[in-house]
Design a protein around this ligand. Structure first.
Ligand code: UD1
Length: 416
């Protein structure tokens, strides 16, 4: 099993190019199921989750052709309307094939995702939404089996804001008969990127990026070209790493408007940030100050940045409260941070982080994607060597992370 070895203490300095967003690319790839035309995607990140989604779509009969950062998906010969357990259990985002399949083919069999490291994460809202649109749904042998002659437009209210739930139903509604209104929809920029792609395919969608999304179903969608938005979580992760190590870095190929709350928090921590067009520059001239963080749906602070800010607070001057309101079990990085000398108390969904002057290298275990990023940041700051085990989590969502960090002066290498 591969590990990362990091020798901490070098401030990150230099320029790094941000990749396309995993969480935009995954739903957009599923949109290829909605038409028999070719969907040409650019700025595609080279990630394990993207490879898994390619494999899943190819199994269904989608044609796949790829070049450097490019992917063309063709939905003309889809012949298997199923997402098997083996795929869904490794990547929950596989559930995003459900809406497109029922909408275009009137049938789908998609494995229920099991529990995952950061909580139970059900898909009941996806199912209820499709039922409201007229789909008949049975859960049999661990699979969601959905059928509908043609989905009907409906008014759907989300009890909880769900990103992939919104995306699944938006794709389903694009080919439904009539108007669908999604209330309390997710406002994440990745939802907007998907809507942009669907519009390029001929869909009629408005209100994306607000809590009410209106979709007027059309008979047919066609092929299109779309450029995947920059990864705001990768951007944020590099910025926090630079801030924690007292460095100065410039991100290219990113967008500051995707990162408002994160940039605000970093500024509060003492970072000097300037942003222009597709670049963000951050410089940290002193020890970071503690910053309180409370996760909530966009535009509030993203849960996918919570773990990285925990690492920053671990070495900051002062005491911070970190409150996680989206997932019930997303503090597994805390125990590992403690192994490096962090002082963190957990009570329910709240952590109290007392910043320490220094962390010390140790062997730690990555438990999920963003927890892994937190441990990388902690390793970059800690004195001596930190070895991070189970880094396959990291490869799911960060493109060539050790190369990008080495380029910024980090002492990091992959070991077997
Ligand atoms: C997406 C992101 C993930 C991010 C999360 C929250 C992708 C591929 N993944 O995950 O990186 O951490 O948004 O920003 O885009 N819930 C239900 N029932 C449902 C659906 C969700 O109870 O049917 C709950 C979840 O358990 C969770 C909350 O709603 O507590 C939000 O989850 P959701 O937004 O759906 O997360 P994902 O879309 O899976």
């Amino acid at each position: 099993m591969q590990k990362l070895s990091i020798t901490g203490g070098s401030p990150l300095r230099g320029e790094v190019r941000i990749s396309g967003a995993k969480n935009a690319a995954l739903p957009i790839m599923c949109a290829a199921l909605l038409s028999d035309g070719d969907l040409r995607l650019s700025n595609m990140p080279d990630l394990h989750d993207i490879a898994t989604m390619r494999k899943l779509l190819a199994q269904m009969g989608v044609t796949v052709a790829s070049g450097e950062g490019e992917l063309t998906l063709g939905g003309a010969n889809v012949n298997k309307l199923e997402a098997p357990y083996d795929m869904v259990k490794t990547m929950r985002a596989s559930v995003l094939v459900l809406g497109p399949l029922v909408a275009r083919f009137g049938e789908a069999r998609v494995s229920l995702p099991g529990g995952c490291a950061i909580g139970s994460r059900p898909v009941d809202l996806h199912i209820k939404g499709l039922q409201a649109m007229g789909a008949e749904i049975h859960i049999e042998h661990g699979y969601i089996h959905a059928r509908a002659k043609r989905l009907q437009g409906a008014r759907i209210f989300f009890d909880i804001v769900s990103v992939t739930g919104t995306e699944n139903l938006m794709m389903a509604a694009a080919l439904a008969d009539g108007v669908t209104v999604l209330e309390n929809a997710a406002r994440e920029p990745e939802v907007v990127d998907l809507a942009d792609c669907l519009r390029a395919m001929g869909a009629d969608i408005s209100g994306d990026g607000t809590e009410t999304v209106t979709i007027r179903g059309v008979e047919k969608l066609h092929g299109a070209s779309h450029r995947i938005m920059p990864d705001r979580i990768e951007s944020g992760t590099f910025l926090v790493a630079a801030a924690a190590t007292g460095g100065a870095i410039t991100l290219t190929g990113t967008r500051a408007d995707l990162l408002e709350t994160v940039l605000e928090k970093l500024t509060e921590a003492g970072a000097v940030i300037t942003a222009e067009a597709d670049r963000i520059h951050l410089e940290m001239r002193a020890r970071p100050k503690s910053v309180n963080v409370r996760t909530a749906p966009h535009p509030a602070f993203p849960t996918d940045m919570q773990a990285q800010f925990m690492a920053l607070n671990a070495v900051a001057d002062g005491t911070a409260m970190v409150v996680e309101t989206i997932f019930e079990n997303r503090f597994m990085h805390v125990q590992e941070l403690r192994r490096l000398g962090a002082q963190i108390d957990v009570e329910g969904n709240t952590c109290v982080v007392r910043g320490v002057e220094r962390l010390e290298g140790a062997t730690v275990m990555a438990t999920d994607l963003r927890a892994s990023a937190c441990l990388v940041i902690a390793g970059l700051v800690a004195q001596g060597e930190t070895v991070i085990d189970r880094i396959y989590h990291l490869d799911r969502g960060y493109e060539h992370i050790e190369h990008k960090l080495s380029q910024l002066g980090a002492k990091i290498q992959r070991i077997s």
